[in-house]
Design a protein around this ligand. Sequence first.
Ligand SMILES: Nc1nc2c(c(=O)[nH]1)N[C@H]1C(S)=C(S)[C@@H](COP(=O)(O)OP(=O)(O)OC[C@H]3O[C@@H](n4cnc5c(=O)[nH]c(N)nc54)[C@H](O)[C@@H]3O)O[C@H]1N2
Ligand SMILES: Nc1nc2c(c(=O)[nH]1)N[C@H]1C(S)=C(S)[C@@H](COP(=O)(O)OP(=O)(O)OC[C@H]3O[C@@H](n4cnc5c(=O)[nH]c(N)nc54)[C@H](O)[C@@H]3O)O[C@H]1N2
Ligand code: SF4
Ligand SMILES: [Mo]
Length: 700
Amino acid sequence: MWPNSTSQTVDTCDTHCPYCALQCGMSLVANGEGVTVQARNFPTNRGGLCQKGWTATELLAHPERLTTPLLRDRKGALLRPVTWDEALDRIVAAIRSAQQHYGPDAVGVFGGGGLTNEKAYSLGKFARVALRTSQIDYNGRFCMSSAAAASIKAFGIDRGLPFPLADIPHAETILLVGSNVAETMPPIMQYFQEQKKNGGSLIVVDPRWTPTAAAATMHLQITPGTDVALANGLLYIAMKQGLLDEPFIASRTSGFDRVRRTVSGYWPDRVERITGISEKQLYAAARLLGNASTAMILTARGPEQQSKGVDTVLAFINLALGLGKAGKPYCGYGCLTGQGNGQGGREHGQKADQLPGYRKIDNPDHRSYIASVWRVPEEIIPGPGCSAYEMLDRLGTEDGVRALLVFGSNLAVSVPRAGHIEERLQALDFLCVSDFFLSETAELADVVLPSTQWAEEEGTMTNLEGRVLRRRRAMDAPEGVRSDLETIHAIAERLGAGEYFSSEPREVFAELRRATAGGAADYYGITYERIERENGVFWPCPAEDHPGTPRMFLDSFAAPDGRARFHSVEYRSAAEEPDEEFPLYLTTGRVMQQYQSGTQTRRVRQLNESVPQAFVEMHPSMALSYGIANGDPVRVITRRGAASVRAQLTPAIRMDTLFMPFHFAGRGRANLLTNPALDPTSRMPEFKICAARIERDAGC
Ligand SMILES: Nc1nc2c(c(=O)[nH]1)N[C@H]1C(S)=C(S)[C@@H](COP(=O)(O)OP(=O)(O)OC[C@H]3O[C@@H](n4cnc5c(=O)[nH]c(N)nc54)[C@H](O)[C@@H]3O)O[C@H]1N2
Ligand SMILES: Nc1nc2c(c(=O)[nH]1)N[C@H]1C(S)=C(S)[C@@H](COP(=O)(O)OP(=O)(O)OC[C@H]3O[C@@H](n4cnc5c(=O)[nH]c(N)nc54)[C@H](O)[C@@H]3O)O[C@H]1N2
Ligand code: SF4
Ligand SMILES: [Mo]
């Protein structure tokens, strides 16, 4: 066998943090029964870890850890512990029943960007080969789908960052749009600090003066949802001030003429009116970007989680291209991915329209290639399914999914209009959730399966740089817990498709390599051994003697003609703008101490004590006009529902905007309020903007 996949606990095991896309290097050191964390000097974190990383091992032997499958005998009954056989039999009976009554698409699968590449690949294959359903999507749809779609349109390929983090300090100017990395990826700040030390400028665009904005040279405190106007306005100024890189535009891009015409309507005083950013700041920002010899434009969820997220990203790509700040060293547009395997999770087929290697499920050549790797007839691979929210919105209806299997997502907390989606989950004939804990979604399930955690399993993850990493097993899982690969294999076996699946990560990765060969996200040349030797390998890597691709587009872009494509995009308002009844903007996001839907971090004592409950950030002047004091119980209300939280007053937020973190369950859920208006291309919901009103909460 191979090292570190034996069943013994090893003394020290080099692996990565289980949480975000930075995938900080850490070592797990044996300590009696369990393991403790040591920071490791890996290129992404250079010895740094945030508080979540330091405390991650607390969840391994947590008293609430699930160690046995749970089953609900009938609606309304309590979940009770059962054997794996009983749980699997029930799952398979429910799948068969839904398929017989309503056809294969009545069974749905929901995956996650936290799953390893091996799990994500197996889940996509499981849906198509074992279930024959088109109905599979995953939480990455709520995360980076807008940036992914825009990058494919503009560059012909989607890789979060086209360069390694080590390049950041060498960019003279960086425009960081709607990203609060100081809280969402703290160790990455080393790179921005180094950039500043080198004399560089950092411009942060955010409706809030965040810890990231505090570290910047310039903060543009934008009105939520107006980023397209900002990007177009900066390009307008660059055009008027002679800052465009005309030779670059002529030789390496196409489509600029239409963009030139479009942005000519974005003169500075109009843009100031739309964005709330002063003309003076607009000019200063355009000059910092345009006069720099090297510059990067980076976006995260702020501009992307909008019903016009794709257009917004395209507008920033236009800006980078117009200034000639792409496809050159220390330049480029990049999206900061979010979840641990946010990048790999979107490459291997758990997306409704996708096959492994970033192939398209409706492309005949792609289908027949994947069918040959899977050893199945091409005709059995279903067509594209519907996107995450669209699938969830129809759960339990006549033509919707009736039996849903969830791996790695806590929908009841993280989905927009969560009150409605919770009802839809309850309307299902059958819900199965695989998790480490009884998440709010697992609480609604008919069968809950206990899954291994990161320190107990092998696999690979692809970080925000496109670097493929090893997740390594440091210890045994508790008795009764199984890896998702084992679970998928066991269900497939009972469905008569066991021969197509393996529960061994190395075998799955070997097949994944073949499946991705020749695709956009080509992993063929990547092996577990190379990853260890080389501190990770960057895709595309088409052969074992290929060095991998840390920097993309230096010679040409990935479109067939090698050119990057401009797209003319106009500003349009958010799906829901403030009005008399709901006069405020509500935006949502994250705090440092909590992760996502909170299933994990709300169970870590140190983290939860720091930020134990839901709150709404508001400006003191706004609070005064409502008679609200710091810490008061308030109700935040939108057209979708009401949430009860505490007021947190801060002058760091715009006067017209409220901010809520989405990590909390129950009545403090931000997603009781959010608007599920979808981007027409990426189907990304508008998590970042809706209209709200606020009231003092008399009942609290
Ligand atoms: N602590 C912690 N870290 C995490 C996570 C976590 O849950 N907790 N999750 C991980 C994941 S999956 C992700 S996707 C990343 C997300 O990482 P980020 O994108 O950095 O996080 P967010 O807080 O969602 O949003 C960033 C900022 O967008 C701003 N914003 C809101 N509306 C707008 C707008 O209209 N325009 C602009 N320009 N900005 C706006 C918000 O004020 C916020 O400060 O973090 C990863 N890291
Ligand atoms: N209002 C608002 N809502 C948002 C966002 C926002 O900014 N604002 N951001 C969106 C974004 S960017 C994201 S990524 C989503 C994330 O939201 P979710 O998809 O809910 O993400 P997590 O909370 O990480 O859920 C993962 C669940 O699976 C479990 N889990 C983790 N790893 C594994 C595994 O390997 N196997 C199994 N079986 N289980 C596992 C965890 O314990 C947890 O319960 O939320 C979205 N929702
Ligand atoms: S920044 Fe992300 S990967 Fe690094 S320790 Fe924190 S949560 Fe883990
Ligand atoms: Mo995310």
